[in-house]
Design a binder for this molecule. Structure first.
Ligand code: RP5
Length: 159
């Protein structure tokens, strides 16, 4: 099975939250690769990784960052595959992560980033959304996504 999703985050301090994206994908049978790379601190390494993982088969990217969260937009500038941005709550966050949320969601016209919720829920949803994108061309994966949804419904109904 080849790597289909590239997961990247701006700092090692983002790892615990972004693990929810990798775990969700793994639960759906989608192979991903995770890297810590910064739009500001390691721009050359970021460019190299995006180019390399595309060549190895990645078709969706998930990028998580806090504060002046440029990483998802930077990844989107380097690829035409879909990029999902996860806003994170940095230690010095303004308004509990509103800084990162606005940095990611307010991409200018032409270079979109699909932005999900803040923190752990957003990271998990990024994994599901990446799987849903890939499932448009993979009926078996679409079936696994449907099963995940049915499991959620069963839990709610069980009270
Ligand atoms: C962002 O700044 C990172 O994504 C992280 O969420 C935040 C803080 O990073 P560190 O100061 O912990 O490296 O670039």
């Amino acid at each position: 099975m080849s790597i289909l999703v590239g997961i990247v985050m701006g700092s090692a301090s983002d790892k615990a939250v972004m693990q929810h994206a990798a775990d969700t994908l793994s639960g759906l049978g989608v192979k991903s690769e995770t890297r810590v790379l910064s739009a500001h601190r390691t721009p050359d390494a970021l460019r190299d990784w995006v180019g390399d993982i595309e060549k190895r088969g990645a078709r969706v990217f998930i990028a998580g960052a806090g504060a002046a969260a440029h990483l998802p937009g930077a990844v989107a500038s380097l690829t035409t595959w879909p990029v999902i941005g996860v806003p994170l709550i940095a230690p010095n966050a303004v308004a509990n992560g509103l800084d990162a949320l606005l940095s990611i969601v307010q991409m200018p016209r032409g270079v979109p980033v699909a932005t999900v919720a803040l923190g752990e829920a957003g990271a998990a949803n990024a994994g599901i959304l990446a799987a849903q994108i890939l499932a448009t061309g993979d009926e078996a994966l679409a079936g696994r996504v449907r099963m995940l949804r049915e499991g959620m419904a069963a839990k709610v109904l069980a009270g």
